[in-house]
Write a protein that binds this ligand. Structure first.
Ligand code: ATP
Length: 237
């Protein structure tokens, strides 16, 4: 049986009186890409932020079989769970390389050195720009750096919040190629996207969120053919 890495069990999150996530359950198994799609404001980012521990939640979150619901962000990250937030949150006045170094501060120095070489192999653009300030990189380059920095801590599960947001179509295609490569290299991914077409093409399993709840779940290829999903999220072409 494939190992369940992450289990989100009837998780609810409120901002004061606003119930942003209501009773959401989903699993990510080892080697899978699972995507959560849905309109603006459906609660997707809130779900990821609660899963990493930046927001309090009701319900249970298990990672590698352990209940992590009460752990703080740092303890979740130390166990191998990582979030690349929508705003990417790079250190913009530091170089590309220093951002990577900081991403690797939790792992032994030798591992960090090897991982940086792997990140540079995967993202030759980052290697070319290693001395450039992160804040002066293009949107696509910053997204690559955010993913590269996340990989520096050797996560078991990477959560990506709208990695294609604000990027030109050609760069979006690059980002989705990278996502497929990461999975091929053994990284499991929980992907939140508004670009439903690309997300469903990349993922194994998919969940649609509407008004804080999961309304439809299933194999991504099936959802991509589902008439209701096509009409609501994929357009007609
Ligand atoms: P988007 O793609 O626009 O980020 P989303 O599906 O990720 O959408 P969330 O950002 O999780 O949705 O927002 C879910 C709901 O919670 C929305 O109604 C939003 O207005 C509300 N919300 C989000 N952050 C806060 C906050 N800090 N305080 C109050 N309400 C919030």
């Amino acid at each position: 049986m494939t190992e369940t890495l992450l289990a989100i069990e009837t998780v609810s999150v409120a901002y004061g009186k606003v119930q942003a996530v209501r009773g959401v359950s989903l699993d990510v198994k080892a080697g899978e890409i699972v995507t959560v799609i849905g309109a603006n404001g459906a609660g997707k980012s809130t779900l990821l932020n609660a899963t990493i521990g930046a927001l309090g939640a009701q319900g249970a979150i298990r990672f590698l079989g352990e209940d992590i619901t009460r752990l703080d962000v740092e303890d979740r990250v130390a166990r191998g769970l990582l979030l690349v937030p929508e705003r990417r949150e790079l250190f913009s006045t530091m170089t590309v390389e220093d951002n990577l170094v900081l991403g690797g501060f939790r792992v032994p120095r030798g591992v960090a050195r090897d991982t940086m070489a792997e990140v540079y192999d995967r993202f030759p653009r980052l290697k070319e720009r290693r001395d450039q300030l992160a804040g002066t990189m293009s949107g696509g380059e910053r997204q690559m750096l955010a993913i590269g920095r996340a990989l520096m801590s050797r996560p078991k599960l990477l959560m990506l919040d709208e990695p294609s947001l604000g990027l030109a179509p050609r760069i979006v295609a690059d980002i989705f190629r990278i996502i497929a490569d990461l999975r091929a290299g053994g990284v499991s991914i929980l992907l939140v996207e508004q670009n439903a077409r690309a997300a469903l093409a990349a993922a194994d399993h998919a969940h649609v969120m509407e008004l804080g709840e999961v309304s439809v779940s299933g194999p991504a290829a099936e959802l991509a053919r589902d008439e209701r999903i096509v009409q609501s999220y994929l357009g007609f072409h």
